[in-house]
Design a binder for this molecule. Sequence first.
Ligand SMILES: *Cc1c(COP(=O)(O)O)cnc(C)c1O
Length: 342
Amino acid sequence: MTPGTQTIDLRSDTVTHPTPEMYAAMAAAPLGDDVYGGDPTVEKLQNIAADLLGKEAALFFPSGTQSNLAAMLSHCGRGEEIIAGRDYHVFQHEAGGSSALGGIVHCAIPNAADGRVSPADIRAAIKADDPHYPITRLISLENTVSGRVIPHSDRAELVAIAQEHGLSIHLDGARIMNAAAATGLAPSVLAEGADSVSVCLSKGLGTPSGTVLCGSTAFIKRAYRARKLLGGAMRQVGILAACGIVALEQNRHRLGEDHANARRLGEGLAAIDGLSVDLDRVETNMVFVEPRTEDHSALRKHMREGGILFGGQDKAIRLVTHHDISPSDVDRVVERAEGFFR
Ligand SMILES: *Cc1c(COP(=O)(O)O)cnc(C)c1O
């Protein structure tokens, strides 16, 4: 952050600025043309990502939305169907891209408040081979979901259902590294059984942009074509990939600090009379705090005037910790919030 900048931005973990290590890596990165013959730094990032996620190959994308879209286009044809939780990003927050551009049908099933989908709901959503129905092709999972870690023990049954019905599994692992940090499980273990997995480098991992999509060599070949079709093939993009390497080799290992800061923030705010925080919901780097409805916008304004940015999406305000938030920032946030209710 620029010296002297006092803003504490808790709206998202996407707001981070590149670290000094990232700037150094960008300056030193060997570059090529990633469309015309390859970029060595991109290739290095893709190899690191594929290894970490336990897949054969990986592909670098400008955004998570495009990576998920390319994955859906690579798994499904027109008139084919994806089953996903109704709060999941692929269904709710990607402008319906797979339907608009790929003619893909979404079947949204309920997900619990903790983000989990139930095997029974998935089974019930799978269509019979009948010309009245779309052809079910893909189960799209997510981890973490609004900061909640999906228990790894859920996975085996979902994989078995997919195998039984000849379906593929995509895992939107935008924040899978947070799930890995929280559980102590390797990313490759969390991605077991998934035919493809998407990992955002620009959230808690701190790069300016970019997502890696991992899967089999044959799948990544299809995704490569889809990325071109979507206009996502980039040139001397080793500049960005260099940040991604720092993210996976270094920043990944400090996500626990964000989780500790989220807990500190949650506990501090929960102690304030007038705020309600469900501490069970704080599993990674997100805290949801609920002021009384009548305090909602005044609280956000009070915080903003103190240089603290809160998101305003819902009844519960989402606060996200990241590498530009320190424990003393957390204490400043709690003090400022106390001031509002005093
Ligand atoms: C942020 C996010 C994405 C999309 O990433 P962008 O880079 O913002 O397009 C996809 N899935 C989940 C779960 C996310 O949180």
